[in-house]
Ligand binder design. Sequence first.
Ligand code: ATP
Length: 453
Amino acid sequence: MTEPAKAKVDMEKLVSLCRRRGFIFPSSEIYGGLSSCWDYGPLGVELKRNIKDAWWRAVVQQRDDMVGLDSSILMHPQTWEASGHVEGFSDPLVECKGCHLRWRSDELEGDRCPECGGELTEPRLFNLMFKTFMGPVEDEAGMVYLRPETAQGMFVNFENILNTTRKRLPFGIAQIGKSFRNEVTTGNFIFRSREFEQMEIEYFVRPGADKQWFDYWVEERVNWYVSLGIKRENLKLHPHAKEELAHYARECSDVNYLFPMGWAELEGIANRGDFDLVQHAASSGKGLSYYDEEAKEHIVPYIIEPSAGVDRTFLALLCDAYDEDEAEGEKRVLLHLHPDLAPIKAAVLPLSRKEHLASFAKEIYADLRQQWMVGYDDAQSIGRRYRRQDEIGTPFCVTADFESLEDKQVTIRERDSLRQIRVPIESLKVTLAAKLGGEDLFVLPEGGKVWKE
Ligand code: ATP
């Protein structure tokens, strides 16, 4: 099938914006960087936190069938034996006999080294788990892995969660955390790195109800991305054919996004059946099952797993939000970020640095900061300042001018529509709250609401 669709922004532009504005820096850059590791700067850390908060709100806070967990990165090594990672979490690698570069044999076209054309070795399996040592002696006995996924922490806590929360089927556990994979081919900026963050759900259901819940979660997760502003046409489901399925999966569907390098996985949703609980029960000797009060019998639930990447969501949101247009007679770059995600919700801009106007604007800034991440900028022309806020996705600018000192009103300027409305200071906070919540209105001091066309 041909794919005419193309992302509207290229990766270089995004990487450059991220660097220039402090979203993302290469890790340990002063030492030349560390391959495919990234640091999230002042704006990046806000956007990342907002993504995680939005996910947590949708899958834990707003549901009565989900609970959260924060399990440790280092786990008992037996975990990874039981999960199949020691045996099977590997890529087939070949090495060039000339330049010694290594390549994934399943990604190579042809049988020569793409770098120098040299001869390649036979493929060898290379395990993707990072190893480290616990305790003072670096020997086999103290060897532990950095987790390559957060999922296993939820499986091994199944009984703890069941006993402490008294949840009945169907219910789920949600977890956000770092994972590590010694990926062979990295790249495409934060799309594939060796240290990354995942947002994972393990949803436990009755065997027989698994198909219905699998379909439910596929739809639910696609809708979540759309609710954050990602265009539906830039998302596509990729249901796995039988031969593509991982050893534990009965069914799997990827949510793919149209990244600058093409369609690629944003999230994977799998029906894992009873694989994980059966494996861990056998390996630990603990009976990991659920007592069904009605049928008066123990059953092993099936698991539906929606597994998303924070960093890939970050990249997809930036790609989708990126835009270039013209405003106030000048070219501008802007990010149409959803207000829930925007790193800075509003920026206070005094028209001049003159003392009485500055102190007036700073008071507004101090007040708004109690509620939101708010910026303050008094450098250069107002046009330049608007551009700077547009480029980082700030939904609203609040401008104070000399008239504001007289009439106690300020101007709210909207990023996307460029509309400007003047509001009394007493109603600034409620108006911003309404607008950040998606309502198109402003609020009068006496509490009246005025809807804007
Ligand atoms: P891929 O095939 O792209 O390597 P995967 O199928 O191995 O991904 P999963 O094991 O299903 O990925 O992990 C779930 C999610 O975790 C992925 O959809 C992705 O968002 C994220 N993820 C996995 N590996 C990485 C990585 N190396 N860097 C960034 N995010 C990752």
